[in-house]
Ligand binder design. Structure first.
Ligand code: FAD
Length: 296
């Protein structure tokens, strides 16, 4: 199923993000993750993309399994930095061959080795796909409620976000954030700019102290005082920190759903047990909002 069609009738939607295991790890490990996530009735599962050859192939293989082995809707991530149009088309062709017609189209991070790239921005990739054989795919794009770390200002980033939607993105998935107020202000701004596509709010449960440092340095998410207090209080007690991290994510989700978010995209970190705990905590909320069963 095309995600644009799914999102036109399923609000709020719930999606899970998984990543391919490292090349030296058997691919079956992630299939155990998918089996666990399927029990939670997600509306779709997204599979991240690494630019390297084996990682790229694994994204296609896992997205295909999500769809063909588990009967779920799959979204394959795709980045274009350093790739030629032919390379991008090969991945799209492989996806199409497996019946996966949903792609999260991104630029990707600049490669350490640098070099020229045919595509400079995600909007170039989206425009390219919309012009060619794969034009009927449902395409998503990445959005940054606090602005992309490279952009001069959040306002400038919003201009480029609009370019991605104008180029043909059907829906957006946001970078993770810990302060819902930032997301609410972001939504007001993009709606006032005429960006009308559904937006999935990205939520990551923090399970250990190491993760917080990595998140802040990679994506620059701001840490609200309430969250900082919880994290520093339980820093030395891993189990308490994980429990508090899941509770914080659950609270964020309930607040986002009450506000009327189009959907929640949970960064599962390949931990179905964590996703399960969070989904169980919101099962009645989800049923109430879906007017019946989860995933309805
Ligand atoms: P763009 O939209 O191209 O934006 C990149 C920067 O360029 C921004 O600062 C933007 O403001 C600026 N810009 C855009 N257009 C223009 C223009 N015309 N002129 C000047 N400046 C411009 N990475 C992976 O490698 N694999 C993944 O699977 C992956 N999944 C992700 C999933 C989500 C939900 C998110 C939020 C991010 C993900 N990323 C992934 C990370 C992403 O690749 C990086 O954040 C990357 O740096 C930017 O990609 P983009 O598609 O947002 O880029």
């Amino acid at each position: 199923m095309l995600i644009r069609d799914l999102l036109s009738r399923t609000r709020p939607a719930i999606s899970f993000e998984i990543f391919p295991p490292k090349p030296e790890t058997p691919i079956e490990t992630v299939f155990t993750t998918v089996a666990g996530l399927k029990e939670l009735s997600p509306d779709f599962i997204s599979v991240t993309y690494g630019a390297g050859g084996s990682s790229r192939d694994r994204t296609v293989e896992i997205a295909s399994a999500v769809q063909n082995r588990w009967g779920l809707v799959a979204l394959a991530h795709l980045t274009c930095m350093g790739s030629s149009p032919a390379e991008v088309e090969k991945v799209m062709e492989d996806l199409e061959g497996e019946g996966v017609c949903n792609v999260l189209a991104m630029r990707g991070d600049p490669r350490p080795e640098g070099g020229e790239s045919h595509f400079h921005h995600a909007s170039d990739l989206i425009r390219h796909i919309r012009r060619g054989h794969f034009r009927d795919f449902s395409l998503g794009a990445a959005a940054y409620p606090e602005g992309h770390p490279e952009s001069a200002s959040p306002e400038e980033d919003l201009v480029h976000l609009k370019e991605k939607v104008d180029a043909g993105a059907d829906f957006l998935i946001t970078q993770l954030f810990f302060d819902n107020e930032i997301f609410f202000r972001f939504m007001e701004r993009i709606r006032s700019m005429g960006i009308a596509v559904p937006v999935m709010a990205g939520i990551m449960p923090v399970l250990n102290a190491r993760q917080i440092g990595r998140i802040v340095s990679l994506c620059g998410a701001s840490i609200p005082p309430r969250f900082a207090r919880i994290m520093s209080r339980y820093e030395q007690t891993p189990e308490a920190l994980a429990e508090a991290g899941m509770a914080y994510a659950t609270e964020q989700i309930i607040d986002l759903l009450s506000w009327g978010a189009d959907g929640i995209h949970l960064y599962t970190m390949n931990r179905p047990d964590v996703a399960k705990r969070i989904m169980e905590s919101i099962s009645t909320v989800r049923r109430t909002l879906n007017g019946g069963s989860p995933g309805n």
